[in-house]
Design a protein. Structure first.
Length: 281
């Protein structure tokens, strides 16, 4: 018997009751207007429960036990389309009328159709040649927003003593700003070459790709002595899979199918802070 957490921005009592009956739940606890905790769930109907929840627009999470968030040590997050609402490289390209070209490569890479992320990034960055460095600032100020629940998730993690790590295949201008804004413990990303205030279309140094992301998480886990079940990781694209595989709480956030298939949890409807309802208050 296990626990089942149901969440949705518009969670209806009748839908919770429907899932509870299907799961033969021994009890139901409300976690507010957007979440419910089903106790003593029979996992024999897990597949049907998942399908029903998807039909109803409900995020669901099966848990063997409900632990304290303070038992975790690391919260690792992807940036583009996970922590924030945009793919920064696509918006930079839009400044010079090349968004469609860059976005097509981005989408293929995130779906896992381009196996070599580093090569896909180089191809995209090459299309940014000639962009004014000041346009990156415009993207940050005018287009970048945190996804719903981001600040609450990070603030609560910090309060519980969890270290926060931002690992991105994007760029340091954005990750460093977010690190300072949110008080993140660490942030890693790629460095765009700039000469005379203009992007050259090249990336400096080693590229933070799928393995690079996983290496940053592994390094922090080693320094903290964190085990797999003490790591929460969130991502949306194929280049997050190696990082997500290191986490006991692997979360596909608004993710591509290839990611949803290989993670323990998915958040498709709720905000990032939905993660918090998997732990004791």
């Amino acid at each position: 018997m296990s626990h089942l957490i149901l969440q949705s921005p518009a969670l209806r009592a009748e839908n919770v009751e429907q899932i509870a009956a299907l799961a033969n739940a021994q009890g139901v606890h409300s976690l507010g207007n957007t979440a419910a905790h089903l106790l003593g769930v029979d996992e024999g109907e897990r597949g049907e429960i998942g399908r029903r929840c998807d039909d109803l627009g409900i995020d669901y999470a099966f848990l063997d036990s409900i632990r304290s968030l303070s038992e975790c040590r690391i919260l690792a997050m992807d940036m583009d389309s996970t922590l924030i609402n945009i793919e920064c490289i696509d918006e930079i390209a839009d400044m010079v009328g090349r968004k469609s070209q860059v976005a097509a490569i981005t989408e293929a890479a995130m779906r896992g159709e381009i196996a070599d992320f580093a090569e896909s990034l180089r191809r995209r960055v090459a299309l940014l040649e000639g962009v004014q460095a000041s346009d990156l600032e415009r993207v940050y100020v005018e287009r970048l927003c945190l996804n719903a629940g981001a600040e609450r998730l990070i603030e609560t993690a910090h309060a519980a003593g969890v270290k926060t790590l931002l690992v991105s295949g994007g760029f340091t201008l954005f990750t460093q700003r977010l690190k300072e804004r949110l008080g993140l413990d660490e942030a890693h990303a790629n460095v765009l070459e700039v000469e005379n205030g203009v992007l050259t279309g090249k990336v400096l140094g080693p590229i933070v790709d799928a393995q690079g992301k996983a290496d940053r998480v592994s390094d922090l886990a080693r320094r903290l002595g964190a085990t797999k079940d003490q790591i929460i990781a969130l991502g949306d694209g194929a280049n997050d899979l190696k990082m997500l595989a290191l986490a006991g709480y692997s979360v596909a956030y608004r993710a591509k199918p290839v990611v949803r298939e290989q993670t323990r949890f998915a958040i498709n409807y709720s905000g990032l802070d939905a993660v918090l309802n998997w732990f004791k208050a």
